[in-house]
Design a protein around this ligand. Structure first.
Ligand code: ADP
Ligand code: MG
Ligand code: MG
Length: 902
């Protein structure tokens, strides 16, 4: 393909756009993110040093071919270089007036493992002399030259960094200076000689330097680190990287020169003010390398006011153009400002929300865009502790941000390092907060992961055991930090030469994937934050799904309401039976086989239940409340058969050895034996599939009848006080319409009786939880009785897969996911092909029978963004989730609706 265009000058970005039919995303694909934005800035008239981009297509042709540049590419490079010479009035390789360039990699997405930038290409023994004469600054010229040999040597030729550093250290010691900037010209000349001994194959011919650097960028795409990262992060391997060749500008030309990086807004808080760091008389990576103490950007305004004004104008222009916060690199050469990079800036969750909202307020983006720009995970972040901004910034400034890995489980965690699971448990038991650090985790490590606040691993990707388990249990985690070297026998870890021991403090940000050495303060962000409230209010305008909460207690119901819940989707009534003062009554009710005695026990429970429901109705004034009738098997309320047996045996031993009061002990034995006999009767091989849910109500109708009486007495009382109550009575675990028919008749009769007694009419519904495949498959029949369905997707997933969740998650499930047998945990995200189809079918056939059937979901999936999107598609009326997930669900539901519209 000799005619193919492999090279675009920065001022040809319009042509690149035409070549890919106008989509900016495709321009980024072709030129890489860095190249596309350099072109775009050039088009906008922002001062960018001239240069050109070799396309990602050229990279792909190179790596998939025989290791040579595609036909025509190099000719286009030299032609583009000639144009740059024309623009700058300088000549590449010409000692009299040399053009120097940088060679910069840049893929569509910025990613680790790509080749580091090489600066000052074009210098050799002859050109350096010319540069010295031209600038009248031999120190500058030789410093630039030694940097080129050092970068070229380590980055392109693969020489070890340490060799160069040793030479520099020796030179500084010999000269008695602490800073490279104070080395004399002669010292620098000697350094150049010694550097060349290390970088043996350093090419003297400038065009060879450029060719080898370009080739090295292409090769870095297939380097191990890059491939591993792409595998872990799920980035396709066929994107390729572009190469940017750009005229050098120098921030190290004296006191009127500088270099820096800045964000157009504060990346931690989102505040609309420029934030950044810069250095006088420095080049490129000096700022990020942390060798010299940087100055805050505000100081640029004092020291170089004109430059700052210009820079600030450019920040605003670029923000307005990209309609997004920007992260910029700049250099000032002898008082003239140049921009070297711009891209969308990284930010914390808090900043993401504030920036999105303020961009709307500035009229730059629509509310719809704002709602789509923030991720549900970022909203989730507001509900968990996070690293406090100032403390985080201080840690970064001190160089304590030691690594960035894959952000697999959000939230912040701070603790001391433990290198194995047992140690983590021991330390946690001793009262320490622990971060578990492992090369990778295995099922044997789960106890340690549970004991830890957060998890860090050096290996593994987004679906590694560590990532899956961490997400499952809500533990912040950062995995796949390849540069982290853990020495389990020495109980230390090493990263970038820094050695950190077990017991040292570590702070991790699982949302950004950052790991800090040391202890950073945490804060729980404010959910009533004005920007979050605005964003969620907008989300509410767009979503179609209703959002309810699963709440058992009035206090949870109130919280859910303040978070924006529009009703209770699930109130479990079991807890009411477990509370200390009620349990003895419950046990009496279960122990007796006499109907009168049972009714008496139930009568005693009634006031408790009434009080529980009354509180919920009051809290949810005007909103629907779904109350699920008792679900678990009765033996759960009694002591276990095994415990009783041991206790009885102990008592017998005591009597035999004459310890204590034998008569009292015998009485106790008799009592326990009675309980054990009953447990024996109630005991089931497989309680999950036994006498529970609706079946319990069929066998002991007095039990749910008491609950319904309590519900309606509470409802009538609240309504009399002017509270608007909407009870929805939910029958669990049904699989046959006859179960509903029978129980609903009993319960309706009771409800009507109460309303008659109280002289109040309450608006109510009776429905069922759909959590067995048969209930879903016979939804048309079920809807003859049920006025609403609520998908209990935890049980529905268990019964569809014939997998016990607890057993599976502690056992083989993670293995299944790691091996790719299951794409993800079906208990975390609805399985669309199995469980999802049952839901779809049940919604359709249920509504055919009863067009106004109310349909929702109350399993834990109701708080999972992916599942929420599915529920939107299934046409559900609402999702119900834990109160803490309500804000997340509001945003996810809005995003699903907006995606639908587009
Ligand atoms: P990275 O992707 O690691 O940021 P860059 O290609 O952006 O790599 O470059 C590293 C550093 O070198 C940055 O500070 C950048 O501004 C600087 N730099 C790159 N090209 C030039 C150039 N032509 N002139 C001056 N500085 C440059
Ligand atoms: Mg880089
Ligand atoms: Mg950069």
């Amino acid at each position: 393909m000799p005619d193919k265009k492999w090279v675009y000058a920065f001022d040809e970005v319009g042509e690149a756009e035409e070549a890919v039919n106008g989509s900016w995303d495709a321009v980024r694909g072709l030129l890489g993110g860095k190249g596309a934005n350099l072109g775009e800035m050039t088009r906008l008239g922002v001062p960018v040093p001239p240069g050109f981009t070799v396309t990602t297509e050229a990279c792909n042709a190179y790596v998939s071919g025989d290791g040579s540049f595609p036909e025509g590419m190099w000719d286009q490079v030299t032609a583009a270089l000639a144009k740059v010479e024309e623009k700058t009035g300088k000549k590449f390789g010409d000692a009299a007036n040399p053009l120097l360039v940088s060679c910069r990699s840049g893929a569509k997405f910025s990613m680790p493992g790509m080749m580091d930038t090489v600066l000052n290409i074009g210098l050799n023994d002859e050109v350096v002399e010319g540069l010295a004469a031209l600038t009248n600054d031999a120190r500058f010229a030789y410093d630039s030259y030694r940097r080129l040999i050092q970068m070229f040597g380590s980055v392109v030729l693969g020489a070890a960094d340490e060799g160069f550093e040793e030479v520099l250290t020796e030179a500084r010691e010999a000269a008695g200076v602490t800073d490279d900037a104070h080395l004399s010209v002669d010292a620098l000349k000697q350094i150049v000689v010694r550097f060349k001994e290390i970088a043996e194959d350093f090419p003297e011919t400038p065009i060879d330097q450029l060719r080898l650097a370009t080739e090295a960028v292409f090769k870095s795409w297939s380097g191990k680190r890059a491939v591993d990262y792409r595998n872990a992060a799920g980035i396709p391997h066929d994107l390729g990287t572009a190469v940017n060749v750009q005229t050098m500008v120098f921030g190290n030309m004296g006191e009127d020169s500088a270099t820096g990086v800045a964000m157009s807004r504060d990346g931690s808080t989102g505040e609309n003010s420029i934030e950044g760091d810069w250095l006088v008389n420095a080049q490129g990576e000096d700022v990020v390398a942390g060798i010299r103490a940087t100055k805050p950007i505000a100081q640029l305004a004092d020291e170089m006011p004109d430059v700052y004004q210009q820079f600030s104008d450019i920040c605003h222009r670029l923000e307005n153009h990209y309609r997004e916060m920007q992260d910029l690199e700049f250099t000032v050469e002898r008082g003239k400002l140049w921009l070297l990079q711009t891209r969308d800036g990284k930010r914390t969750a808090q900043a993401a929300v504030r920036i999105a909202v303020e961009l709307v307020e500035q009229g730059l983006i629509s509310k719809e865009e704002a709602v789509q720009r923030v991720t549900p995970e970022q909203i989730d972040f507001f509900l968990h502790p996070q690293l406090e901004a100032a403390s985080r910034a201080a840690a970064t400034a001190e160089g304590n941000l030691i690594a960035t890995g894959l952000n697999v489980s959000p939230g912040a965690a701070v603790g001391v390092i433990a290198f194995d699971a047992d140690k983590a448990v021991a330390m946690a038991d001793a009262g320490d907060k622990v971060i578990l650090v492992r090369p990778e985790t295995k099922p044997d490590d789960v106890h340690g992961m549970l004991a830890a606040e957060g998890i860090v691993t050096s290996r593994g990707g987004r679906t590694s055991h560590a990532a899956l388990v961490a997400r499952q249990f809500g533990k912040p985690a950062v995995v796949g930090i390849a540069a982290l070297d853990i020495d389990l026998s020495a109980r230390t870890m090493e990263i970038d030469g820094k050695v950190i021991a077990e017991g040292d403090w570590l702070s991790i940000d699982g949302t950004l994937g950052e790991v800090y050495h040391g202890k950073i303060d945490t804060v729980v962000p404010d959910i009533s934050d004005r920007w979050l409230s605005s964003l969620l209010d907008w989300a509410d305008e767009f979503r179609r799904l209703g959002i309810r909460a699963n709440a058992d207690y009035p206090i949870d119901a109130e919280r859910a309401r303040t978070y924006g819940a529009e009703g209770i989707g699930l109130c479990r009534t079991e807890h009411m039976f477990f509370e200390a003062e009620r349990l003895p009554i419950v046990q009496r009710m279960i122990m007796t086989e006499d109907a009168d005695e049972r009714r008496q026990a139930l009568d005693e429970l009634l006031p408790y239940q009434r009080q529980d429901f009354y509180g919920l109705f009051k809290a949810m004034d005007g909103l629907p409340v779904i109350i699920r009738l008792i679900d678990p098997p009765l033996h759960e309320f009694l002591p276990s058969f095994e415990d009783l047996t041991v206790e009885i045996a102990d008592l017998r031993v005591a009597i035999a050895t004459g310890e204590g009061d034998a008569a009292a002990q015998q009485a106790e034995i008799d009592e326990k034996e009675k309980v054990r006999d009953r447990v024996e009767v109630l005991r089931e091989t497989n309680p999950m599939l036994g006498l529970r849910g609706v079946r319990l109500g069929i066998i002991i109708p007095d039990l749910p009848r008491m609950q319904v009486r309590a519900i309606f007495e509470a409802a009538c009382a609240a309504q009399k006080e002017g509270t608007k109550v909407i009870p929805e009575v939910m029958i669990p675990l049904s699989s046959n319409v006859n179960e509903l028919r029978r129980l609903k008749a009993v319960l309706t009769e009771e409800a009507k009786a109460v309303m008659g007694e109280q002289g109040v009419e309450v608006e109510y519904m009776m429905g069922t939880m759909v959590e067995t495949p048969r209930a879903a498959l016979t939804a048309g029949q079920m809807a003859e009785e049920a006025e609403f369905f609520s998908f209990g997707t935890n049980d529905l997933t268990q019964t569809t897969y014939a997998i016990s969740r607890d057993d599976a998650e502690a056992g083989f499930l993670m293995e299944y996911i790691e091996q790719g047998i299951l794409p993800e945990n079906p208990f975390a995200s609805i399985d669309p092909d199995g469980v999802g189809r049952l839901i779809k079918l049940a919604v359709k056939e249920g509504r055919e029978t009863r067009p106004d059937l109310e349909v929702g979901i109350c399993g834990e999936h109701g708080g999972d963004p992916k599942s929420i999107a599915l529920c939107h598609g299934y046409g559900l009326d609402y999702v119900s989730c834990s109160p803490f997930r309500v804000p997340v669900a509001r945003l996810a539901a809005a995003q699903a609706a907006l995606k639908d519209k587009n």
